[in-house]
Ligand binder design. Structure first.
Ligand SMILES: [Zn+2]
Length: 125
């Protein structure tokens, strides 16, 4: 059996994961839904502005996704938490699971590209 994490480490991991989810969905929505009407995210369950470090605006579809994702991550009973794809208990609704995988793929790629660019700029200048 894996050893459970101390509470503080669990809280830090949770916050990091929530921040990542918000940022990834934000990048995805900006890139994929530029024509949709995006409104500031205002959740009862999470302080998204504090999490992201700025106000986050998303289209209605991505608002639903971020709400689902943050609640699911916050109520994850696994300890220690495995990567979602290795979890025996897939807690996402199948529609959202499909969607979040698309988001992770798209935004992950975008972030890698940006990181590489930062690295090149740093290297050459
Ligand atoms: Zn969107």
């Amino acid at each position: 059996m894996p050893t459970p994490l101390p509470d503080q480490a669990r809280a830090a991991q949770l916050e990091r994961d929530l921040r990542t989810l918000v940022r990834f969905i934000e990048i995805y929505c900006k890139g994929k839904h530029p024509q949709d009407l995006r409104k500031p995210v205002n959740l009862k369950t999470h302080d998204v502005v504090t999490l992201a470090g700025h106000e986050v605006s998303l289209c209605p579809e991505c608002q639903k996704l971020v709400t689902h994702a943050l609640v699911k991550r916050s109520t994850c009973p696994m300890d220690p938490k495995p990567a979602c794809k290795h979890c025996p208990n897939h807690c996402y609704h199948p529609t959202y699971r499909q969607k979040i995988r698309e988001v992770m793929k798209y935004s992950g790629k975008r972030m890698l590209l940006t990181a590489r660019l930062d690295y090149l700029i740093h290297y050459f200048f």
